[in-house]
Design a protein around this ligand. Structure first.
Ligand SMILES: [Zn+2]
Length: 694
């Protein structure tokens, strides 16, 4: 599970001099610019790799090889997102690399913005909203760019003329109705989605029938059916085209395997070598049983300093929530920050025992919730350029139950988000907070409380609870991601206010949690709507989850609801909607009561998951998580746009460069490039393994 925490979500921007500086944060040696580019609704940042020089040469080599493996699946992700993404991207690359005409014109600059957006989204659909976006140039100009570029660089079919190619490509890029949504929630979700997990005339019912036939009833250790394949219907027959070395995406997978093999020669220890070999075996055969074996071995390694994720992992991109996009990260432990995560995970059983959910749904024994804070060195696939700040893996429920899960918080990315916000002069916090008191509270505790919430969400939230015997892991289908994120968030929100958090030294004092409660509700009710196009629904799982929680608590905390359902006769709404000078605010009147509501909702969502109650899951998501009040939406967009803030952030990877002496690698140095387009053109040249087909 990837988790986009509040820091990443909010894009909250606080003027430099007003920002609280955590005293123990080491200052960068020289002036390091974090925020390097802004366009459309995106901002591009850089992140640092602190402690690089403390690593041994062997560790650096290991990271270098894993980093190369992490860049080799870039084409896979683009192709998974949409069948013509590679054609579009390679055309863009051809233009940027060879166009002979005027590069200073406004048209060309607009084309560059489109190119950057395609690089950012790994395709022609918005990385977050998932709808198709368009170049702000005419079709004629777009065609001229292609004609003015080196034809040998274009992904032409054999015998295809440039004019024929343009005729094919123009509607793919410009037609508003064609391939409209990458992942659609409208029936039929398969037919209406442009994702490339299904080919031929396949409908939702076909997919369900295909996999239902495969599933073994009462299997205690089910493989992740359908995880690493495309489902194809040809000549009336449905079959899986499996991602593996000699199958679909084989060329890229072979390249990944090659680097993993090199990495294995310099691995830190035997266990690392063993599971990396398992991963290689899995990539070679595509066997999902081997994938489970790899995960079991991987999750039990908590001693290695260096770690990585590389594979088909998250299923958010699939409307059916089964097929996984390719992703990779390489990282090493942030030893200092890991102390706090450890404290949380060491107390996992206590948190599980005291959670407000029905005892039937609790884990009797929390196995090996291993939590750490990490420093990433390379992002790849679905983690690049827009990464999560927390990850909790593996995803298979039975493995989590039997062997625990590994949970990480990525400290150097969180720091980059904070520092980049520092470099920006306007503040979303000031705009959406109702009082100066709330602003002060959030400035004082905001970053800290956010890190702890992310920790709790990752270390404990996703790992908590269990399914009742007989409940299918996939029972919640298209609502599973949203409900799972809500469950993890609620677990964190509930425990942030737990007095024991202060006793354990995890939270600084008894009021720090209030900062996170304020930001959470502000974001869930309002500011995150800045990311949604007017007239559209909220579709992304993490956004839906925040909206679900906030709206549910808002409604259930209203005076009339409380009076109707309990003996209490409160004076004020728990969360109150206030309009001042035409601007809407959501103000928390009773933090204790809000915590109670978080607990209640956690109990209900845990019940839904444990029992596999699809109908209740659907009802709660559809009621609270999807539809937006059009008036409020418009207001939020206007207020946000007036600030000139970009709601989404992504990164440029540092380059890890071998230093050679007399033909021998004697060291690896880190360089921090600042040109977003240049990095993508470099990746396009050096890490492109798949043929762009049309
Ligand atoms: Zn999560």
């Amino acid at each position: 599970m990837i988790c986009i925490g509040m820091a990443a979500a909010l894009a909250g921007c606080v003027p430099k001099e007003e920002q609280q500086k955590p005293a123990e944060q080491p200052q960068p040696k020289e002036e390091f610019k974090y925020l390097v580019d802004e366009f459309a609704d995106l901002r591009i940042m850089r992140y640092q790799i602190p402690e690089w020089d403390q690593l041994t040469l062997q560790q650096k080599s290991y990271i270098y090889y894993l980093g190369e493996a992490a860049k080799c699946g870039r084409d896979i992700l683009a192709d998974q997102n949409f069948k013509y993404n590679l054609v579009v991207r390679k055309t863009i690359e051809a233009v940027l690399n060879s166009y002979q005409g005027d590069r200073e014109s406004a048209d060309f600059q607009n084309f560059v913005v489109y190119a950057k957006r395609v690089f950012f989204s790994n395709g022609i659909h918005h990385h977050y909203a998932e709808d198709k976006f368009f170049p702000e140039v005419s079709e004629v100009y777009f065609a001229d760019l292609i004609k003015g570029s080196d034809a040998s660089l274009l992904p032409l079919n054999e015998g295809e003329t440039v004019d024929d190619f343009i005729a094919f490509l123009t509607p793919v890029v410009f037609d508003k109705e064609l391939y409209k949504m990458r992942r659609s929630s409208e029936d039929d979700i398969i037919v209406n989605s442009a994702v490339n997990f299904y080919e031929g005339d396949i409908r939702k019912a076909d997919v369900e029938a295909f996999y239902n036939k495969m599933r073994k009833p009462n299997d205690e250790e089910p493989i992740s059916y359908g995880l690493n394949s495309k489902l194809v219907k040809k000549d009336g027959k449905i079959y899986e085209d499996v991602y593996k070395a000699d199958g679909l995406y084989g060329e890229a997978i072979q390249a990944i395997i090659g680097w993993l093999q090199k990495a294995n020669e310099v691995a830190e220890n035997e266990s690392q070598r063993n599971y990396t070999q398992k991963l290689i075996d899995y990539y070679t055969t595509g066997d999902l049983k081997t994938w489970d074996e790899y995960n079991i071995a991987w999750v039990q390694d908590s001693v290695s300093h260096i770690d990585f994720v590389n594979g088909f992992i998250e299923d958010y991109g699939d409307p059916m929530g089964m097929k996984a996009t390719w992703e990779a990260i390489v990282d090493f432990k942030d030893l200092e920050a890991t102390v706090r995560s450890n404290t949380i995970s060491e107390n996992a059983q206590w948190f599980e025992d005291h959670s407000p959910v029905d005892p039937r749904f609790k884990k009797e024994e929390c196995k090996g919730v291993s939590a750490k804070s990490i420093i990433v060195t390379t992002l790849g696939g679905d983690c690049f350029p827009s990464p999560p700040i927390g990850i909790n893996l593996p995803n298979a429920d039975w493995i989590r139950k039997e062997f625990g899960s590994k949970s990480v918080t990525i400290t150097n990315l969180m720091e980059a988000y904070d520092k980049a916000a520092d470099e920006c002069p306007r503040s979303a916090l000031k705009e959406f907070a109702y009082t100066q008191e709330e602003v002060d509270l959030c400035k004082k505790y905001g970053s800290d409380a956010d890190v702890v919430h992310t920790n709790l969400h990752e270390c404990l939230g996703h790992g908590s609870g269990k399914l009742l015997p007989g409940t299918q892991p996939g029972a919640l289908k298209e609502f599973s991601s949203t409900l799972e994120e809500a469950r993890a968030d609620l677990f964190g929100l509930y425990y942030l206010a737990e007095p024991r958090m202060v006793e354990l030294g995890v939270m600084p004092d008894a009021e720090a949690y209030m900062a996170e409660y304020c930001s959470y509700i502000r974001n869930g009710m309002m500011s995150q709507l800045a990311r949604v196009e007017l007239g559209k629904d909220v579709t992304e799982a993490h956004m839906q989850n925040r909206k679900l929680i906030s709206e549910w608590c808002y409604e259930h905390g209203k005076v009339e609801t409380l009076r109707a359902t309990s003996v209490q006769t409160p004076e004020k709404d728990v969360i109150e909607k206030i309009v001042r000078d035409g601007k809407t605010y959501f103000v928390i009147n009773d933090f204790e009561a809000l915590r109670g509501l978080f607990g209640e909702l956690l109990a209900e969502i845990q019940r839904i998951k444990s029992e596999g109650d699809y109908a209740a899951g659907k009802a709660i998501v559809e009621k609270y998580a999807v539809k937006v009040d059009p008036e409020l939406h418009k207001e939020v967009k206007e207020r946000y746009n007036a600030l000139g803030l970009k709601p989404y952030g992504g990164f440029i990877n540092p380059e890890i460069v071998p230093v050679t002496e007399n033909g021998q690698v004697v060291d690896y140095k880190v360089e921090y490039p600042s040109d977003f387009v240049a990095q993508h053109l470099k990746y396009g040249k050096e890490y492109s393994f798949l043929k762009a087909k049309h």
